[in-house]
Design a binder for this molecule. Sequence first.
Ligand SMILES: *[C@@H]1O[C@H](CO)[C@@H](O)[C@H](O)[C@H]1NC(C)=O
Ligand SMILES: *[C@@H]1O[C@H](CO)[C@@H](O)[C@H](O)[C@H]1NC(C)=O
Ligand SMILES: *[C@@H]1O[C@H](CO)[C@@H](O)[C@H](O)[C@H]1NC(C)=O
Ligand SMILES: *[C@@H]1O[C@H](CO)[C@@H](O)[C@H](O)[C@H]1NC(C)=O
Ligand SMILES: *[C@@H]1O[C@H](CO)[C@@H](O)[C@H](O)[C@H]1NC(C)=O
Length: 478
Amino acid sequence: MLPSFSNSDHDLPKKSNTLELRNSTFSFIKSLFSLKNCAWIVLTILVQLLIVVFMNRASLWPSTLPAIRDNFQAPPHEKDCEFGRVYVYDLPPVLNKELIENCQDLDPWPWSSKYCSAVSNGGFGPSATGLDGIVPENLIPAWYWTEMYAAEVIYHERILSYKCRTTNLDEATAFYIPFYVGLAVGKYLWFNHTADDRDRHSLIMLNWVKDQPSWKRTNGSDHFIMLGRLTWDFRRLHDSDTEWGTSFLYMPLMKNILHLTVERSQWDELEFSVPYPTAFHPRFQSDIQQWQSYIRARKRASLFCFVGATRKSFKNDFRGLLMNYCKNESDSCRLVDCSVTHCYDGAPVILKTFLDSDFCLQPKGDGFTRRSTFDCMLFGAIPVYFWEGSFKDQYKWHLPVAAEAYSVFVDNNEVRNGTDIRSVLERYSREEFDIAEDLSHLGVNGSNRLHFKPVLDSVMVSCHHIWCLNLGGGLCYS
Ligand SMILES: *[C@@H]1O[C@H](CO)[C@@H](O)[C@H](O)[C@H]1NC(C)=O
Ligand SMILES: *[C@@H]1O[C@H](CO)[C@@H](O)[C@H](O)[C@H]1NC(C)=O
Ligand SMILES: *[C@@H]1O[C@H](CO)[C@@H](O)[C@H](O)[C@H]1NC(C)=O
Ligand SMILES: *[C@@H]1O[C@H](CO)[C@@H](O)[C@H](O)[C@H]1NC(C)=O
Ligand SMILES: *[C@@H]1O[C@H](CO)[C@@H](O)[C@H](O)[C@H]1NC(C)=O
């Protein structure tokens, strides 16, 4: 059993033991991302879940780590930074800055130049265009064509201006390693690159960090890193050139470092998922409020929609099944076929489709989770999942553990067996998932009632405007 630190004194964390350090680091990082501190509410969904959070906050934190909950007591003078301060390492440029500068080299398909645009504007990507009539005019400047794997760049950019950042190593509760490992490995994932190619940057980073005095104090248990890609890209098991990914997360020096990723492995207690970046990067709290009012007032013409492409190489491809189903149900389903339409991240046709639908079908993609789910929720549509892995153990800091509070689950096998998706969705009346002004309705209690678009205003907690780091609607600081 983990010891309880609830009576711990107010010592600076560096004087504590490793576990306590780990705990304080957890609390700190959690505080960066937690709903408590930010209005991440860009997603409609969140509205509701915030209330769930307030009612039942404890249940959001990983139950396997009871001791991390509310244990860390910040030093008494830390009025503004309740959870402590973060130190951002100044890494060798080859691990971040040079990757951006040489962005044309990042792409496995050099002609696409996708990465150069992806890493522009501090990871937000190019300003969005073509959103007239989809997004209120005054909000258009808050939209960018953000790439789904840009989180590590955005995160770094934002944390540099974070008010609880410290440049004094002795003052830090947590140490952030701004290594763009997803960008570094991206190019080497494909073709006949070697395992060494895939691991090179990771080894440079670990060899560098292990010599830092701040590392030696704790062996990394107060260190954290953001991984822009799905966790599966960092978990190569063998030293084989033909096996996918880098072995980064299995390198011995990684064993204490907490990692954030857009899709986590449920077997890794040191890994936490945070939403994929979306296209919306609100500048002020008022941007968020305006957006919320806008999507809440929207009259939606379609019951559900499907955005995706079939995967011809897959036998029994579930996406193909959904696509055919959607075509057949054209009265209630709106289809964007990405083998015909160019479906880049945040394409207006996709966003418009979400805006006009009550539900969006979300089969698994490369992993169990999809960026598209967050685009969908951002536009006020409700995700329909077909695999448990798409929500189970994911986004615990951002979404309610009770997935039925904000989404619908229909097992993919049942769909194959003839369960009619449309009939399932029709069981939810519009009233049930329309604005619930009465807060007493907002609990998950109440079986399959989706309180999807309730009052945001009461839960617009202290989001300090530009410190709202929008990843999929809002990793916030402060
Ligand atoms: C694979 O490796 C061979 C030999 O090193 C090289 O000639 C070839 O261009 C490589 N192919 C690709 C697709 O990188
Ligand atoms: C860090 O790891 C080394 C090698 O395993 C060990 O000797 C040392 O005691 C550890 N330090 C701390 C603070 O845990
Ligand atoms: C298409 O819809 C019709 C009428 O609703 C139904 O009878 C038929 O089985 C459906 N076909 C597919 C492939 O879903
Ligand atoms: C699908 O149908 C088969 C045959 O009727 C049945 O054995 C199986 O349990 C069903 N699976 C699900 C998930 O409903
Ligand atoms: C909902 O809450 C009420 C009172 O708190 C309780 O009696 C009831 O059993 C709950 N219903 C469900 C489905 O959890």
